[in-house]
Design a protein around this ligand. Structure first.
Ligand code: AMP
Length: 280
């Protein structure tokens, strides 16, 4: 397992693999890796001859009052996890390597980024799509792996890969959770013990919404009400959004039918957590 910091070094290593006819999988991450990331890496290792993991806290996807500086970083720990999972290369560029002076070109998306996190984090997806597009051009993988944890991101990346003809297979991976149901996230490290306990309200509330749908509820508004009412029982929780959308286009639905995404964002204290389920 190697770690490289420059685009040129990454390209040279990957070009040598390609010369040998090897297939390449890419797992884009912001580091501080946990079992969620590990499941993506393991899937890539099982489907490709070589796996590249990018570890890059992408400054252009953070808004001015977001947690760019505070975002947890530990490359040594990440190296151990990637090595243990069978990854071959970590690409860990500095921001100046990815965004040299006069960097002025961006990948912009519409439809799938209008609602949910796109509505409350206005520059977020432009930053995500731009960095992922750059990583696709640097690595030129056969396949790239994304978690359903960030469902709107997954739908958006699928869309721009199709729209812009990247010719890369996007492989979705299920949400990995703690034993008590909390979706694993690098941001969980921000939570105090009391907040960590309070954060269970996300998965518990989603479970109630899911059960209602499974028991025949088709009215999106009613499902949203059930989830909101349960979130409101936790004093440390403040709702950012609760939405029911079709998973392909990320547009609101009134009646639940077909592949539907039920997604929530909730502040627990100062920490903003997201979670979701997909049904149908
Ligand atoms: P991040 O480092 O948070 O940008 O995440 C990198 C990738 O890992 C994204 O595709 C995420 O959706 C995925 N990921 C993060 N947490 C989880 C999780 N708990 N389960 C599955 N995938 C995850």
């Amino acid at each position: 397992m190697k770690v490289v910091k420059t685009i040129q070094e990454a390209r040279e290593i990957i070009a040598a693999w390609r010369k040998e006819g090897l297939s390449v999988g890419l797992v884009p991450t912001m580091g501080y890796l946990h079992e969620g990331h590990q499941s993506l890496i393991a899937k890539s290792v099982s489907q490709n001859d070589r796996t590249v993991v990018s570890v890059f806290v992408n400054p252009i996807q953070f808004g001015p009052n977001e947690d760019l500086e505070a975002y947890p970083r530990d490359l040594n720990r990440d190296m151990q996890l990637v090595e243990a999972t069978g990854g071959d290369l970590i690409f860990n560029p500095e921001p100046s390597e990815m965004y040299p002076p006069h960097f002025t070109s961006f990948i912009d998306t519409t439809e799938t980024t209008e609602l949910l996190c796109g509505a409350v984090r206005p520059i977020h997806f432009r930053g995500v799509c731009t960095v992922v597009g750059k990583l696709f051009n640097i690595v030129r993988p056969d396949r790239a792996y994304f978690g359903q944890k960030d469902a709107q991101q997954l739908a958006t990346i699928r869309r721009f890969v199709r729209d812009l003809n990247f010719g890369i297979e996007i492989v979705p991976c299920p949400i990995v959770r703690e034993a008590d149901g909390l979706a694993k996230s690098s941001r969980n490290t921000y939570l105090s013990p009391a907040e960590r306990q309070a954060a269970l309200i996300l998965s518990k509330s989603l479970k109630l919404g899911k059960e209602a749908i499974e028991n025949g509820e088709k009215d999106a508004k009613k499902v949203i009400e059930i989830i909101k009412a349960n979130l409101a029982t936790e004093p440390l929780a403040r709702i950012d959004y609760v939405e029911v959308v079709d998973f392909e286009n990320i547009q609101r639905v009134d009646t639940i039918s077909g592949e539907t995404l039920v997604a929530i964002a909730v502040y627990i204290g100062k920490t903003r957590l997201i979670d979701n389920f997909i049904i149908g």
